[in-house]
Ligand binder design. Structure first.
Ligand code: GLA
Length: 403
């Protein structure tokens, strides 16, 4: 018997509550992601090591028969956005609908219009918490438009389009980590992706080896867009400094520890710290990838915890709450390691936990975190999931809809 995902059921219920639904309606899903290593490396040309999560965004596309777009999200009740295909254009805002509009805009620019729709969005991913809830929305829009045109484009094109939605339409200068993690994801593996060479390798990370535990610090990401763009600008400045001394260098990930030592003295302290993070994170990502190839979760977790310390001390994107949460996680039996995930400035941590220790971990972490901060958290357990899919609307529901 076909199982209807709870998220699809919720999305369908929202649509049915609003109107009679056309039987031609189609439902699409794109996951969120947790980046395990390679923090802030994508826009520095380095390698990243994410997994896709089994939670994400569902988008139900109901054809309207005109060229209007009516956008509705369960996360923002009452904030219905009505626009038209002709009105979509980059507006550099990050209101909830910008991510959806951006995905539709870039996809229709690439493949052409495919009519107006009522689009219902729902997500079971904590929002704006470092799990790529926004890239998940952009990606589901790009994927949906490709399927509505009956296309099967290469993932690299969809990555480029979903990334353009974020950089051109929303105006965040991010790298391609999130969209790559979403479109290239495979179950039971982490993706090692080189953001310069665009090479990829799926490394084993099965449910019987580890659970990816995600816990929310409860701190909303503050100044995420401006502080993130500031880090990108700092790395650009650091790169320009080293390029004057090392002609031919194209991205900061090319910098070695020896070159940093030799030339970094003249660099402003903060910029040198950012460069130190990049140099050391490259080594940790390489070490973590090797560890996964060997199935050595202890070494992998060690690299993740090192990444957190570097993000805290050198890249300065952690918060006291994220530090308390990750330190609590580290102290628990069966936790191989963990770090803040996503850009930082609040949001979630991701930890890698031995499967037989996970239940105790999930029970104890909230207790330790409450003790340390007075705040609550909840632990979600994941194993690496696959990329975007079309979800079949059950016939029992479809048959009730009006033609
Ligand atoms: C955000 C950005 C990504 C990446 C991470 C940090 O999630 O969207 O492109 O830079 O931060 O690793």
């Amino acid at each position: 018997m076909q199982v209807t995902p709870a998220l699809l059921q919720r999305t369908l219920a929202m649509a049915q509550a609003h109107a009679e639904v056309d039987p031609a309606a189609r439902a699409f899903f794109a996951p969120g992601r947790a980046n395990l290593l390679g923090a802030h490396m994508d826009y520095n040309g380095g390698s990243v090591l994410p997994v896709a999560l089994s939670r994400g965004t569902c988008a139900l596309f109901v054809p309207r028969g005109d060229s209007l777009l009516r956008l509705e999200s369960t996360q923002f009740p009452g904030e219905v956005v009505e626009t038209s295909l002709a009105e979509l254009r980059p507006r550099r805002t990050d209101g909830w609908s910008a991510y959806l509009e951006g995905g539709l805009y870039v996809a229709m620019r690439e493949w052409g219009e495919c009519g107006g729709f009522d689009i219902y969005l729902d997500a079971d991913l904590p929002m704006a918490k470092g799990l790529s809830s926004s890239a998940s929305v952009e990606s589901v829009a790009v994927y949906a438009v490709s399927r509505l045109h009956d296309l099967d484009p290469p993932p690299d094109l969809m990555i480029r389009l979903a990334h353009a939605a974020e950089t051109e339409y929303v105006g965040v200068r991010c790298g391609i980590l999130d969209q790559t993690a979403i479109f290239l994801a495979q179950e039971d593996s982490a993706l090692l992706f080189d953001c310069t060479e665009l090479t990829r390798e799926h490394l084993p990370l099965r449910a019987d080896q580890a659970v990816i535990a995600v816990a929310d610090s409860g701190v909303a990401r503050q100044l995420a867009k401006s502080a993130f763009n500031q880090r990108v600008a700092e790395c650009t400045q650091a790169l320009a400094f080293f390029q004057q001394r090392l002609p031919g260098m194209t991205c900061l990930r090319d910098l070695t520890a020896e070159q940093l030592q030799e030339f970094g003295g003249g660099l402003e302290t903060e910029l040198r710290m950012r460069a130190q993070h990049v140099v050391s994170e490259k080594l940790r990502t390489d070490a973590g990838a090797d560890a996964l190839r060997r199935g050595d979760l202890v070494a992998f977790g060690h690299a993740m915890s090192g990444a957190h310390i570097s993000l805290r001390d050198l890249y300065e994107v952690s918060t006291p709450e994220l530090d308390a949460l990750v330190e609590s996680a580290w102290s628990l039996p069966g936790c191989y390691g963990g770090r803040l995930t996503g850009a930082g400035f609040g949001g979630c941590i991701a930890a890698v936990v031995a499967p037989d220790a996970f239940d105790d971990f999930a029970r104890e972490l909230p207790r330790l975190y409450r003790h340390a901060t007075g705040s609550e958290t909840e632990v979600l357990g994941f194993s690496p999931a696959g990329g975007p899919v079309e979800w079949q609307v059950p016939e029992s529901i479809r048959s009730q809809w009006q033609p």
